[in-house]
Ligand binder design. Structure first.
Ligand SMILES: C[S@@+](CC[C@H](N)C(=O)[O-])C[C@H]1O[C@@H](n2cnc3c(N)ncnc32)[C@H](O)[C@@H]1O
Length: 195
């Protein structure tokens, strides 16, 4: 690959370095985008809100590289990216109560029964998210996949989240949503708030 990730390490949080984890856990007002893809959504949010600190987590190397290259052009100081598994990172590296919002836009639905175990949203995952949120913090999940949305609603109903509602806040489109919009596929949004 032409551009190596180390060229952008100033905007990359390396979870193998203890000081970086410490820095992350001391931060307040964190906003996460889990499975952020190429980062257009969270970069747009970071441009508009300098009072929050944004963190995009993505498991695919090439996509994180694209996030970092886009960030380089924008010169924003309130955003970082992490290359890694969001389920591992939220269960081990983030301080409880430090997040004000989590976004999960179009998580991979894994429609086949035999692949269901690969879905990131389940009871244990929601439990971690709940603990990391500050009071009144929320989780926003978007998906076009009705079967997956039903599954997510069931998992949320078993979780500690007691306030869940559908609400159409104006948010920047993600790359996947832009492609669905062209095909006129409706997107469903679930908000869950920590009271
Ligand atoms: C369908 S894409 C959606 C990308 C983007 N959020 C959007 O809406 O355009 C799902 C993304 O989640 C990432 N992903 C899947 N499992 C992940 C995990 N465990 N940790 C971090 N990212 C993950 C995939 O690599 C992919 O980029």
């Amino acid at each position: 690959m032409k551009y190596k990730i180390r060229n952008f390490e100033h905007n990359l949080i390396d979870i193998s370095i203890p000081e970086e984890i410490l820095h992350l856990s001391e931060s307040r007002n964190l906003v996460f985008d889990l499975g952020c893809g190429e980062g257009e959504f969270i970069l747009d949010l970071a441009k508009k809100d300098s009072s929050s600190h944004f963190i995009g987590i993505e498991i695919k190397y090439g996509r994180v590289l694209k996030c970092l290259k886009s960030l380089e052009k924008l010169n924003l100081k309130n955003i970082n990216f992490i290359l890694g598994d969001a389920t591992l990172i939220i269960s081990q590296f983030i301080r409880e109560g430090s997040a004000k919002r989590f976004y999960i836009n179009n998580p991979d639905p894994w429609p086949k029964d035999k692949h269901e175990k690969n879905r990131i949203i389940n009871f244990g995952f929601l439990d971690h998210i709940f603990n990391l949120l500050s009071r009144k913090g929320d989780l926003v999940i978007k998906s076009d996949d009705l079967k997956y949305i039903d599954h997510i609603r069931t998992e949320i109903s078993k979780s500690k989240f007691k306030t869940t509602f559908d609400y159409n806040e104006k948010l920047p489109p993600t790359k996947f949503q832009t492609s669905y919009a062209k095909k006129r596929v409706p997107i469903h949004t679930i908000y869950s708030r920590k009271n």
